[in-house]
Design a protein around this ligand. Structure first.
Ligand code: HEM
Length: 326
């Protein structure tokens, strides 16, 4: 049984982790969600991370090339309805959209397959992840929590950053977009495509907009607090928004389990299809509560790579969901 399924099962039976394990032995998924609560505060009913978001609907149509890489129904060329949620980083439900901490912005996608199942993608605007392991991510969050303003220098966070150069490097890859529609989003973790012949290919997702527009810091500072959440529904009233889903293909020797290491730019990139967003849902705040996007919720033809972060993420998301829907 995968760990996130175990977490869901335990939660459904009303068992709390505190009741079955000692605090210091708690699973890393719980330590991560607790660390997020420490940094961002506890906000009942909201996600532990990416708390502020907006839900939209649309459809995906695969390119002819996609089916050669993966036998997933998602890529057979039929029209697949999809539900998306765009979001700001942090677990702070009223964070201003243009705040620096609202980067990276997120995009979560649920593709609704003809047999009634879903396959999910949960991606964001970082070009690579700041840390490689769940333990390092927990320690990054705890270092942040221990470094409020006015803390004597060097703060715990500054010390963590000094020993993990991928942290400032990753955050240097993001800035505020002028619209959720004008941002590019990356899968960061590698997944494995399996085609009809059984051939396996490791990939990383890229979700590319028609154009990328980032704001200069001075312009971002002038934006109203909900400018991204307000802009998307207005834009959709004027017409659909499209993205191109692409797969960057790993070559022999590329690490599939270290999301701090982008693959070289000359790796082949294959267009998988077009995601069209048609409309905002009118009751987004209600709908988002019942939505659970899981990086490990996959259909046949798409598999997790050997990156342990994918399973840890799924477990943490399921736990966050159970806490926000008690
Ligand atoms: C160990 C690493 C990570 C942990 C522990 C983590 C944890 C979480 C948690 C607890 C949530 C809230 C889930 C919910 O309540 O439904 C969340 C949301 C989210 N995370 Fe992560 N995350 C990690 C890495 C990533 C990465 C690598 C990406 C992007 C590639 C990402 C993108 C997102 C997005 C877009 C959401 C919002 C999902 C939604 O709209 O429902 N996270 N994350």
């Amino acid at each position: 049984m995968r760990r996130h399924k175990l977490l869901i099962a335990l939660t459904m039976f009303g068992l709390t982790w505190a009741g079955i394990v000692r605090a210091e032995d708690q699973p890393i998924e719980q330590q991560l969600v607790d660390a997020m609560n420490k940094v961002f505060g506890v906000h009942p009913g909201f996600r532990a991370n990416h708390a502020k978001g907006i839900v939209v609907e649309g459809r995906f149509k695969a390119s002819p090339e996609a089916a050669g890489l993966s036998r997933a129904v998602l890529f057979n060329g039929s029209l697949i309805p999809a539900t998306m949620r765009f979001s700001d980083s942090t677990g702070i439900p009223n964070i201003p959209d243009a705040a620096g901490d609202a980067n990276p912005h997120g995009m979560a996608i649920k593709f609704h397959l003809p047999d009634g199942s879903d396959t999910d993608m949960v991606i964001n605007s970082l070009k690579f992840f700041p840390v490689a392991t769940g333990v390092d991510f927990r320690d990054l969050l705890l270092a942040l929590a221990a470094s409020p303003p006015e803390t004597p220098k060097p703060t715990k966070f500054e010390q963590f950053v000094a020993s993990h150069p991928s942290v400032p490097a990753a955050f240097a890859t993001v800035s505020t977009p002028d619209s959720f529609a004008d941002e590019e989003y990356y899968g960061l973790n590698a997944f494995v495509f399996v085609n009809k012949a059984g051939a396996r290919q490791a990939v990383r997702y890229q979700m590319m907009p028609e154009r990328v527009v980032h704001l200069a810091a001075a312009d971002a500072a002038k934006q109203p607090p909900n400018f991204l959440m307000d802009e998307l529904p207005e834009r959709l009233k004027r017409g659909p928004v499209t993205f191109h889903l692409r797969a960057q293909l790993a070559a022999a020797g590329d690490s599939t389990k270290d999301p701090t290491m982008p693959w070289p730019n000359d790796r082949k990139v294959v267009e998988l299809g077009v995601l069209t967003i048609d409309k905002a849902v009118p009751n987004s705040a209600e709908v988002e509560k019942k939505l659970l996007f899981l990086p490990g919720q996959l259909t046949d033809g798409i598999e997790e790579s050997d990156d342990p972060l994918i399973g840890i993420r799924s477990g943490a998301y399921a736990l966050s969901f159970s806490r926000r829907n008690p």
